[in-house]
Design a protein around this ligand. Structure first.
Ligand code: FES
Length: 65
């Protein structure tokens, strides 16, 4: 069983559950214990995390793995 799971929300963020670290492009590290929602739409004011802006901008992407 995987320690960390990444799920892709239709028209929304990546939902990541487990214990892990998110590193952004500026070298900042965000340790996470439990779960986090990572922005896919590029519109969040809280990047790399989702702040719900995808709903306001009508982000559309329902890719399947
Ligand atoms: S995916 Fe939610 S704000 Fe970008």
């Amino acid at each position: 069983m995987a320690d960390t799971t990444v799920s892709i929300s239709d028209n929304g963020p990546y939902w990541v559950s487990g214990n892990f670290v998110v590193n952004d492009g500026e070298g900042n590290s965000f340790p996470v214990e439990g779960e986090a929602y990572l922005c896919r739409c590029g519109q969040s004011e809280e990047k790399p995390f989702c702040d719900g802006s995808h709903n306001m901008v009508g982000f559309q992407d329902s890719c399947r793995a």
